[in-house]
Design a protein around this ligand. Structure first.
Ligand SMILES: NC(=O)c1ccc[n+]([C@@H]2O[C@H](COP(=O)([O-])OP(=O)(O)OC[C@H]3O[C@@H](n4cnc5c(N)ncnc54)[C@H](O)[C@@H]3O)[C@@H](O)[C@H]2O)c1
Length: 254
């Protein structure tokens, strides 16, 4: 019998990666994880990317804009001739009791967490389908898989992202394009730490429900994003994968 080839669990060198919200947090850690494997990185973020290596393509703009998203993909086309991995990651929270949620709050979260994700998926799909290859990732959340009080816009959009990627996985899988989502638990990023500072979230309570008894690090999520871009993940499609220290498994409070 011929020897079984070793598993390849890293993205191929030179992978062309597009990431929204890559200036900070999970997006930034994912850019670094891919870059450590000699990937080519393009970031679309509404804030500037600090301390980026010279060869990253950093574009300031909003993932909520079809025009700016398309322009960022077009810049990748010009520089590297296309995209291999597109990560629709930018998102925001609006933690408020539902009766206090304004229409503007609601719309802002929908625009970024749902429409923005769709726009990135569509721009990526238009390029990947004719080539017959590619990976699209989105950041859902544990709150896309379950619900929680005072998070109406967030839970609604993150659940919608989960079903959006399943739908795209069905449509685009036959064309060689995989579409998956990661559902992070509580991760120590600016988004979560701002809510902790405001007293909206409590670190001790978040840890208490997490069997691994700590919050996630952005690198914990980046590791999954990088694995999904590896040859070892070739049969993973239409999946919404929790990376949460066991939070989802625990039915306890908070
Ligand atoms: N941190 C967590 O605990 C957690 C848990 C589950 C899911 N998530 C999701 O992970 C994703 C990343 O969040 P994070 O925790 O890394 O947050 P973060 O605040 O550290 O980073 C978010 C990034 O998105 C950028 N951004 C915001 N609006 C944008 C826009 N309109 N266009 C382009 N970029 C924009 C910000 O400038 C920032 O760089 C979000 O979708 C979030 O909902 C986070």
């Amino acid at each position: 019998m011929p020897p079984i080839p070793p598993l390849d669990l890293n993205p191929p060198p030179g992978t062309r990666v597009f990431i929204t919200g890559g200036a900070h947090g999970i997006g930034r850690a994912t850019a670094e994880a891919y870059a450590a494997r000699n990937a080519r990185i393009c970031i679309l973020d509404r804030t500037p990317v600090k301390d980026a290596p010279d060869d990253w393509l950093c574009i300031q703009g909003s993932a909520t804009s079809a025009e700016e998203t398309e322009a960022a993909f077009a810049a990748m086309d010009r520089r590297w001739g296309g995209v291999d991995v597109a990560f629709a990651n930018a998102g925001m929270a609006a933690n408020k009791p539902s009766l206090d949620l304004t229409e503007a709050d609601w719309q802002q979260v929908l625009d970024l967490n749902l429409t923005g994700v769709f726009l990135t998926c569509q721009a990526a799909g238009r390029r990947m389908i004719p080539r017959g290859a590619g990976l699209i990732l989105a950041t859902s959340s544990i709150y896309g898989l379950t619900a929680g009080a005072n998070r109406a816009a967030y839970t609604a959009t993150k659940a919608a992202v989960a079903n959006l990627i399943r739908t795209l996985a069905i449509e685009w899988g036959p064309h060689g394009v995989r579409v998956n989502a990661i559902a992070p638990g509580y991760v120590e990023t600016e988004m979560v730490m701002a809510l902790v500072q405001r007293g909206t979230l409590k670190t001790d309570t978040m840890k208490a429900r997490t069997p691994l008894a700590r919050l996630g690090k952005p690198q914990d999520i980046a590791a999954m994003a990088a694995f999904l871009g590896s040859p070892g993940a070739a049969w993973i499609n239409g999946a919404v994968i929790p990376v949460d220290g066991g939070w989802m498994a625990n039915g306890g409070p908070e």
